[in-house]
Design a protein around this ligand. Structure first.
Ligand SMILES: *Cc1c(COP(=O)(O)O)cnc(C)c1O
Length: 389
């Protein structure tokens, strides 16, 4: 059998960073008998709220998709309503609008941030608009000053899709602590903090928090009865709405509790990798990812580069060549207007989204995660250089 060289060991595009602390915490849950929502979920919610500065409520759910759905449900968005969002995102950002029977109104991105363009948002506002859902793409904060101002000017709710953005700051404040209505984080396996599946809804609005808690578990309101009697039997509950099954398990929360403690350390590792890539690729025929301004923190969930037209290979060839070098790459995203469901349902044309359309043909995400060794990083750098020069 041929000897395995390091070169032939496949470097995946993403890997969660799970240590002994996470394993011990999960084992502790398994031994405790609490395997679904229980004390660890509560602890995870409390530590998450503290991480964001303490004056928010955090509601743990089983995915960010579930969290985004709860957010638009709590905001009362329904048939006939419009919600403005970006095409340069994962389909979950928009599908939750359809869950409510409302319609997404898609706008293009700003080519300098790859985030939603606030000027284009303003032009898309109609009498039916109820909310805006910006995405902090790759972990760079969306232009929240402008978006929050639009919300205030037009009376629109702001729901941040922060699936990539922990920890990310905007003007020195962590995403999740800005004055938007709701912020939703993802703990999917590839995200900056991973619990396998999981998400967190964050809000300062007590009514939204209450509604999300009730709708997260079958529309069951355990507090309704509490208010009227102190002699609540332990088996008693009231169903006040046709809710969902979106609760987080204590097994996932056990992972989350330990992952959260490492959030800043993970970010530092990814930031160091990003710094190496930025320097190593500066002379290559590609466009480096947009950078934060004002000294803000980028979570560096993704490292998306745009290949120049003058590059020797096109994007698909580049990804194939990287695979030959045993390195996994990905594309974030094929924008929503190119997917059959969104294209056909809303008669979307590529010309309506010139920036997202142009970028997506050239975009490739390189591996960037805390478990990458310096040698892994050097392999990526060496391969990118070899393929492009
Ligand atoms: C991953 C992701 C989601 C969905 O997260 P889940 O936890 O998998 O439901 C939503 N929006 C964006 C931008 C994402 O990357």
């Amino acid at each position: 059998m041929a000897q395995l060289t390091n070169q032939s060991v496949f470097l995946p595009f993403a890997l969660p960073d799970i240590g002994e602390e996470e394993i011990d915490e999960v084992v502790d849950s398994l031994r405790s008998g609490w395997i679904t929502t229980g004390p660890k979920t509560k602890r995870f919610e409390q530590s998450f709220a503290e991480f964001l500065g303490g004056d928010v409520q955090a509601i743990a759910v089983n995915s960010a998709t579930a969290g985004l759905h709860l957010a638009v449900e709590a905001l009362g968005i329904g048939p006939g309503d419009e919600v403005i969002t970006t095409v340069h995102t994962f389909t979950a950002t928009a599908e939750i609008i359809r869950y409510m029977g409302a319609d997404p109104v898609f706008v293009d991105i700003d080519p300098n941030t790859y985030c939603i363009d606030p000027e284009k948002v303003r032009k898309a506002i109609t009498a039916k608009t109820k909310a805006i859902i910006p995405v902090h793409y790759a972990g760079l904060a969306a232009p929240m000053d402008e978006i929050l101002q639009l919300g205030a000017d037009y009376g629109l709710a702001i729901v941040e899709d922060a699936a990539h953005a922990i920890p990310t700051t905007h003007r020195g404040r962590l995403i999740g602590s800005l004055p938007s209505d709701v912020t939703v984080f993802s703990f999917y396996a590839t995200k900056p903090l991973a619990t396998g599946e999981g998400g967190m809804v964050v809000t300062r609005n007590p009514d939204i928090a209450k509604r999300c808690r009730v709708m997260r578990l079958h529309g069951i309101d355990r507090d309704a009865f509490d208010r009227y009697t102190s002699k609540r039997p332990s088996w008693y509950y009231e169903v006040v709405a046709p809710g969902f099954k979106y609760n987080m398990t204590d097994l996932a929360a056990a992972l989350g509790i330990q992952q959260l403690k490492k959030a800043l350390r993970f970010q530092k590792s990814r930031e160091r990798i990003a710094a190496r890539y930025l320097e190593a690729f500066s002379e290559l025929p590609l466009r480096l990812p947009p950078l934060p301004t004002n000294g803000d923190m980028h979570s560096w969930h993704l490292f998306p580069v745009q290949l120049d037209d003058s590059a020797l290979v096109d994007r698909d060839e580049f990804i194939a060549r990287m695979a030959e070098h045993a390195i996994g790459c990905s594309v974030h995203y094929r924008p929503l207007h190119l997917h059959p469901y969104w294209r056909d349902t809303y008669s979307l044309k590529p010309e309506q989204f010139p920036c997202a359309t142009r970028i997506c043909e050239r975009l490739v995400s390189l591996p960037i995660y805390s478990r990458m060794t310096e040698e892994d990083q050097s392999r990526v750098i060496g391969s990118v250089r070899e393929i492009l020069s």
